[in-house]
Design a protein around this ligand. Structure first.
Ligand code: FAQ
Length: 341
């Protein structure tokens, strides 16, 4: 399916000389690393690609609160509970910045959320896996936040201003999340043999899903070539995946854990780790809605949306009343001619 998409999309990636004059001017701005801002002229396809990527990213943060949220009530100490609460709240905040960034492109947040709830929008495959033990919270911080940062640091330099600026703060928070996850894994690995085993089991289950978070291999990625030309993506999926593996393997060694890949081997000539076959069938299954928790995740998000409806309605009613009061005060203030602005 994806190979087919690549062929079609590749045809659409036109050479510079085939671009219209406004497109060439736009491309020249991107090549000069100028930021594109919401009021600027932009090709419709650029705008649509940004809405697609930013909204998928926002949904990922939003759904991504759920796997770890599952452990807030069961954190083993008060300190760990406070840390986890703060982390999960941070992810909610990231979703809100990102929905706001998407809104600057002329799409309403409610529309995006409706698409998510209808099952028509994508979010990261990784959040469709269950958190079975406390060690999974450590593995998510270490590996999932680790992979997220690897992908997101370059996005701080992407061509669209509001997205790039949102990423600066998000990356600072994600770096801290990654360190808390690694710290949790370290505590388990220095603990009882059963705790270390729990950490190993979490690594076994999260390794390949984390490696697949970077998206399909470059030769099967329909969007990478155009997104790179537009500087929405600065690196390909495979480039970032390799960086992540190179960074994470020594970290696993330091923990005394074994990465579940028999083919993993340092390659002196390339200066990178060689790795085994990635289970892409599983990835495509999960992305197409058939992962271990897809249905559960969407049901939970829909329920939360319905459960929070009264809060949104109350906040809107309050805002309307406050605005009306302000208008009345203004109209009766001394010196006012009673005409509302
Ligand atoms: N899962 O041609 P490409 C986080 C889809 S945030 C599901 O390579 P593109 C924080 C892709 O959308 C994690 N679908 O596409 C956190 C496209 O579908 P479409 C999220 C995937 O856009 C931590 C199709 O496959 N981060 O973790 C996945 O150029 C801990 C073809 O793929 C971001 O979103 C996937 N893994 O590259 C929260 C970062 N991969 O639209 C809580 C921004 C690909 O044609 C706890 N996004 N697909 O139907 C990006 O950098 C890019 O969008 C990629 C995909 C790299 C994800």
């Amino acid at each position: 399916m994806y190979t087919q998409l690549v062929d079609t999309e590749a045809k659409r990636l036109r050479s510079r000389s085939e671009l219209s004059e406004p497109e060439q001017l736009f491309q020249a701005r991107l090549d000069a690393e100028q930021k594109i801002e919401p009021g600027d002229d932009m090709p419709e396809a650029y705008r649509r690609t940004l809405i697609r990527q930013i909204s998928q990213h926002a949904h990922s943060e939003w759904v991504g609160m759920l796997p770890e949220g599952n452990w807030i009530t069961r954190a083993p100490t008060l300190a760990r509970k406070c840390i986890l609460l703060a982390k999960v709240q941070d992810e909610g905040g990231h979703a809100l910045y990102l929905y706001a960034a998407a809104e600057t492109l002329g799409v309403a947040r409610e529309t995006l959320i409706e698409e998510l709830h209808a099952g028509n929008a994508k979010y990261s495959s990784i959040f469709n896996y269950p958190t079975l033990t406390w060690a999974d919270v450590g593995a998510i911080g270490w590996l999932v936040d680790g992979a997220a940062i690897m992908n997101q640091i370059p996005l701080c330099r992407c061509s669209y201003g509001p997205y790039a600026r949102a990423m600066v703060r998000i990356c600072k928070e994600e770096s801290f999340h990654q360190r808390q996850g690694y710290d949790l894994m370290l505590a388990l690995c220095r603990g009882a043999p059963e705790q270390k085993q729990m950490a190993q089991d979490a690594l076994d289950r999260w390794w390949w899903p984390a490696v697949m978070m970077f998206g399909p291999p470059d030769e099967s990625s329909p969007h990478t070539a155009q997104s790179k030309a537009w500087r929405i993506k600065l690196y390909t999926n495979d480039e970032l995946r390799q960086k992540f593996i190179d960074q994470s393997v020594p970290q696993a060694d330091y923990l005394g854990l074994k990465v579940p890949d028999a083919a993993l081997k340092w390659n002196e000539a390339s200066g990178h780790y060689d790795f085994g076959t990635i289970p892409w069938d599983e990835f495509f299954r999960v992305v197409q809605g058939d992962g271990p928790c897809n249905r559960d995740r969407l049901d939970t998000r829909r329920e939360a949306w319905e459960g929070g409806r009264w809060v949104r309605e109350a906040a809107t009613a309050h805002a309307v009343k406050t605005a009306a009061r302000r208008r009345d005060t203004h109209a009766t203030a001394p010196g006012s001619n009673g005409v509302s602005p």
